[in-house]
Design a protein around this ligand. Structure first.
Ligand code: ZN
Length: 497
């Protein structure tokens, strides 16, 4: 329908302006840029909530022949347009406005509070956000028999996701992860990680990242890689994907990991079909599935011995012959050191999910009303001790480290771990179908995996809900087993266990 395509087109324009703000725009542009973005957001919202969209949806839904196959292009577009329309129209404009105002102030207050490591300063703002989010959840509604308010918030990021389901996967995962991490740290021998302190000029790192990204299949004729403080992937459509990375002079793996991660997002976007642009069939499934693509290229590929077998031969061309002093074990070990820390974004592959579980449990308890905002720091610190064995020194390195809650994003964190779980499960399925996949990586060939992902996941757009897609691609329900097999199978031998 043309109105929704127009809305999507405007949204895409906003994406390019947002990308420009993070990468290219001179500081002086800021004031007018926020007005430009606000104007676009307003216009997009007006189009997306136009009553004619509701009339068109009702007419489509009444047309039995159109809807007979629920996975046809037309039926999927109707289903997903309905979801977006309901979400956009069920909240009163006054609540939208109040949330926008509150989160804009609280992001600023959060940044100040974090700087001062002073949770009390942020507390009243977060309390107001929680109140508004509860109202928002009530507008959307949830399954009153089996569900809870958190589900209504999560549904925005991960359609169909419920707290009960997340809990059922996270609980066994937590026990297994805690056991693995404790074995590695108490009984294992950490691999050599000198390569993580190998200083390389940022320009050389960026050239190497570009080379790797081109090799794994990111199409630079239909996308760009630039730098920004916080790496992200955006852009307007599948033929114009904008991603950014960030490099640290001190550690090549940081920048390479972040580039491969964003390229996983970028290749998902490039893999969507242009013929469906502006409609749900031309959009990604969910944040969790999106994250599965970035994690797979970052972790299953980028931290594998096979990848480094190839990459170590290429690296000296970019950073100098000095890099030849590192062995394959050095590269592979450095990419896979496990070390519990306070900061989620710096966490290794094994401990990362424990950070997410803590956030999930806290935000669920907050939305349920079982925990007051004032109680967050003490619960946070207690859980870090219990889950990661750490004494959190201050709120800056504790419950004030993430921006998400100040933006009003609750129900968002689990999509990171869901992404890790989906990545492992998809990758296992890919290896079953292509048993020589790792040998291909060792030869610098990544097209097999990319084409498999294109066909199974990217080209399908929003045809399936996340859990249905998982079942179709892997033949199984989402489970913690593939991720645990991936981590156990890699880390135990690496730690000599
Ligand atoms: Zn990501």
């Amino acid at each position: 329908m043309s109105i929704t395509r127009e809305a999507s087109l405007l949204g895409a324009t906003g994406q390019i302006l947002g990308w420009d703000q993070e990468t290219m725009m001179p500081e002086g542009g800021l004031e007018l840029r926020s007005r430009q973005l606000a104007q676009l957001a307003r216009m997009t919202h007006e189009l997306a909530t136009d009553p004619r969209v509701g009339e068109w949806l009702a007419a489509c839904e009444a047309d039995a022949s159109l809807m007979s196959d629920p996975f046809s292009v037309a039926a999927v577009n109707v289903r997903e347009t309905r979801r977006a329309y309901d979400r956009a129209t069920k909240i009163p404009a006054s609540l939208v406005e109040e949330l926008a105002k509150t989160t804009s102030i609280s992001q600023h207050e959060w940044a100040e509070a974090r700087k001062l490591s002073d949770f009390a300063r942020f507390r009243p703002h977060l309390e107001k956000i929680v109140r508004l989010l509860r109202e928002r959840a009530a507008c959307f509604g949830w399954d009153k028999a089996k569900g809870e308010a958190w589900d209504a918030l999560a549904d925005e990021y991960e359609p169909g996701c419920t707290a009960a389901e997340v809990e059922s996967v996270f609980k066994p995962l937590r026990t297994r992860l805690a056991g693995l991490v404790s074995d590695l740290l108490t009984k294992g021998k950490a691999p050599r990680a000198e390569f993580n302190d190998y200083a390389v000029p940022v320009e050389a790192q960026e050239r190497f990242s570009r080379f790797v990204l081109e090799k794994i299949g990111f199409d630079f004729r239909r996308g760009r890689l630039d730098r920004s403080t916080h790496p992200f992937c955006g852009g307007s459509h599948c033929n114009d994907v904008r991603m950014t990375s960030r490099y640290s002079e001190r550690c090549l793996n940081d920048g390479l990991g972040s580039s491969m991660h964003e390229a996983g997002h970028g290749m998902y976007e490039q893999g969507l079909r242009f013929e469906h642009v502006g409609t749900p069939m031309g959009e990604s499934v969910s944040l969790g599935i999106h994250e599965s693509q970035s994690r797979m290229w970052e972790n299953q590929v980028g931290r594998s011995r096979a990848f480094w077998t190839w990459a170590m031969k290429e690296l000296p061309r970019f950073v100098g012959d000095d890099a030849q002093r590192f062995s394959l074990d050095d590269f592979y070990g450095a990419a896979n050191v496990v070390e519990p820390g306070f900061i989620r974004v710096d966490a290794d592959e094994a401990t990362y999910n424990l950070h997410i579980m803590i956030r999930f449990e806290i935000e669920r308890a907050i939305i349920r009303g079982e925990l007051d905002v004032a109680g967050i720091p003490s619960v946070w610190n207690r859980m870090y001790k219990e889950y990661l064995g750490l004494d959190v020194p201050d709120d800056r390195r504790g419950c004030l480290q993430d921006i998400h809650w100040s933006m009003g994003s609750m129900g968002y964190f689990p999509t990171y771990t869901l992404g890790n779980l989906y990545a492992a499960q998809f990758f296992e399925a890919a290896r079953k179908e292509m048993p020589d996949l790792l040998d291909q990586f060792a030869r610098g060939e990544f097209g097999g995996l990319k084409r498999w992902l294109n066909g199974k996941i990217h080209e399908e757009g929003k045809r399936y809900l996340p859990r249905d897609l998982c079942r179709r691609v892997t033949g199984q329900e989402l489970s913690p087993e593939p991720l645990m097999r991936h981590l156990e199978g890699k880390l135990r031998p690496l730690y000599g266990l």
